[in-house]
Design a binder for this molecule. Structure first.
Ligand SMILES: Cc1cc2nc3c(=O)[nH]c(=O)nc-3n(C[C@H](O)[C@H](O)[C@H](O)COP(=O)(O)OP(=O)(O)OC[C@H]3O[C@@H](n4cnc5c(N)ncnc54)[C@H](O)[C@@H]3O)c2cc1C
Length: 491
């Protein structure tokens, strides 16, 4: 038996999840070290890709599905370049990886660990299945800048305030260096059906129609992610002005657009960090280059909060079981928000962008979420589920963490984290260019009125042949600042 074992090549399966890359991939590096043959597999999770959220949205709309397909295609190409292939399956990941392990009689299955419920359920199911055939699932960590075991506090004591979290980490903890991508893999001795890449139609989606208004596109895959990283830093030097541009919504270079690559793991945050350090070494550091790291810390923060509070990140009452007012869901208001027909241009433009592209800037997300919660007074969880569906960069910790934060039931809880839409719009879209791009029906409006078309005088309306209610909706509600303005003008 001993002898037979040594004659058999040791086969290691690497299960790719939200780490669709060759660089900084510890399970892959360990598999190469410990095994004789490496079998990488990616499973399109049909439950997630075809299922619905509690409130009836598709769990994964076409944009993220398309991104995943592109990322898998790229990963396959990269494996081919180093003498291997990517095994692709569609179905239940636990079942598909188990079947492969059984077929290969593999020595180990390696993967990165996930921490949110649906992902944990899958890894636990696989683990149990593997135990039934005497195999084990080995976990690694690769999603964040910081490793849990490097934290200066136990996860159960992660500070609930971002500032405290940031100060304790950035000063005292060294970020580990990313692993280099492997350059060669041994040939397989087992015959394995590698499987076809799926198409959007396999997940009941139509092809994404071209959009006349978007000013950039986000294409999936590690190769694209690395091009974006290099481009944002070394080619355009946009990183040098990030602090000043990051609140813009229109220009591709306003912010990094790393989020979808990070969420699917096409880019590793450590790779971004060390590339940023290299950039600073060559071209100097400033507040902007620091601020990219600062934002990545927010990402880590929400992931550690999710680890600390587990399923509470999905609860309406939030992390601290806050007393909340249970609100009646009003589908008329929710549909207007989704369709971008609320009559508030800064909200509508962002919501139409999301529906057409799967992306929205951080400033946009903050405003539409605040409007949904504090002005429309709708249950935040419904808005969060809609974004879960649509966002190309969705991840549970960042999405639900940010929604809870704005709803005042998450980290740093405050009852009224309110964004004054008119002020925000004028500050972050002063020329109205963004709003006019997504709402061409407002393109003739004077700049001073484009964010508040209800303020047009009769004469102004006539001059631009624009009628509120005919060409663009009347505001669907009176916000508190509109009411205040009315009562002070009456008083
Ligand atoms: C209501 C709401 C929902 C959100 N849902 C998600 C989500 O599902 N997935 C997601 O990745 N981000 C989410 N964010 C955070 C943020 O809006 C996006 O990460 C950012 O807009 C992506 O664009 P960017 O890559 O150009 O960001 P940049 O401004 O260039 O920031 C660089 C990176 O830092 C991280 N980051 C920045 N801000 C945040 C933040 N507030 N929270 C967590 N990470 C951050 C992201 O990984 C981002 O790619 C949400 C924010 C809000 C207000």
């Amino acid at each position: 038996m001993e002898q037979e074992d040594t004659l058999q090549p040791k086969k290691v399966i690497v299960w790719f999840r939200h780490d669709m890359r060759l660089h900084d991939n510890e399970p892959l590096i360990e598999a190469i070290k410990r095994g004789d043959e490496v079998y990488p597999i990616y499973v399109f999770n049909s439950k997630r890709l075809l299922g619905k959220t509690k409130h009836g949205f598709r769990k994964t709309a076409a944009f993220r599905t398309q991104f995943k397909i592109e990322a898998a295609a790229d990963l396959r190409k990269q494996f081919e370049n180093i003498g291997c292939d990517l095994i692709i399956r569609i179905g239940d990941p636990a079942e598909e990886v188990f079947k492969l392990a059984k077929q290969l009689n593999s020595s180990w299955v390696f993967c990165n660990m996930e921490r949110t419920q649906e992902e944990v359920d899958v890894q636990e199911e696989l683990e149990k299945k593997l135990w039934s055939i005497g195999q084990e699932l080995h976990f690694f960590r690769g999603k964040l800048l910081y490793h849990t075991q490097d934290l200066p506090f136990p996860v159960a004591h992660v500070p609930d305030m971002f500032t405290q979290f940031r100060k304790e980490l950035e000063k005292y903890i060294q970020i580990r260096e990313p692993f280099a991508a492997p350059t060669e893999l041994p040939k397989w001795t087992s015959e394995v059906e590698t499987g076809e890449l799926p198409s959007l139609a396999d997940f009941d989606h139509y092809e994404i129609p071209p959009c006349d208004f978007n000013t950039f596109t986000i294409k999936g895959g590690e190769t694209e992610g690395l091009v974006r990283l290099n481009g944002y830093l070394f080619e355009t030097h946009a990183a040098k002005t990030y602090f000043d541009t990051r609140n813009g919504s229109l220009d591709e270079l306003d912010s990094t657009k790393f989020s979808a690559y990070l969420s699917q793991g096409c880019l590793s945050p450590k790779q971004i960090y060390y590339t940023l350090k290299e950039y600073e070494k060559q071209h100097g550091d400033n507040k902007s280059t620091y601020w990219i790291f600062f934002e990545l810390l927010w990402r880590d923060f929400f992931h550690f909060i999710a680890k600390k509070y587990e399923n509470k990140i999905f609860h309406s009452e939030g992390l601290f079981d806050s007393e909340i007012e249970y609100l009646e869901q009003d589908d008329r208001l929710i549909n207007a928000w989704i369709e971008g027909t609320t009559g508030f241009p800064f909200v509508d433009a962002h919501m139409r962008e999301l529906a057409a592209t799967g992306f929205m800037s951080n400033r946009g997300r903050q405003n539409v979420a605040s409007f949904f919660i504090h002005d429309l007074k709708q249950p935040w969880i419904v808005g969060a589920e809609y974004m879960e569906s649509l966002l190309i960069d969705y991840n549970p910790s960042s999405n639900y963490g940010n929604w809870q934060y704005i709803a005042g039931v998450g980290t740093d809880p405050r009852p009224d984290r309110y964004f004054h839409l008119a002020k925000q719009a004028k500050r972050y879209d002063p020329s109205g260019e963004y709003v006019k791009n997504w709402l061409p029906e407002l393109s003739a409006l004077p700049i001073e009125k484009v964010h508040e078309p209800w303020k047009l005088t009769n004469q102004e309306s006539e001059e631009v042949d624009f009628i509120l209610g005919r060409d663009y909706p009347q505001p669907i509600i009176q916000t508190r600042w509109m009411k205040r303005a009315r009562s002070s003008s009456q008083g």
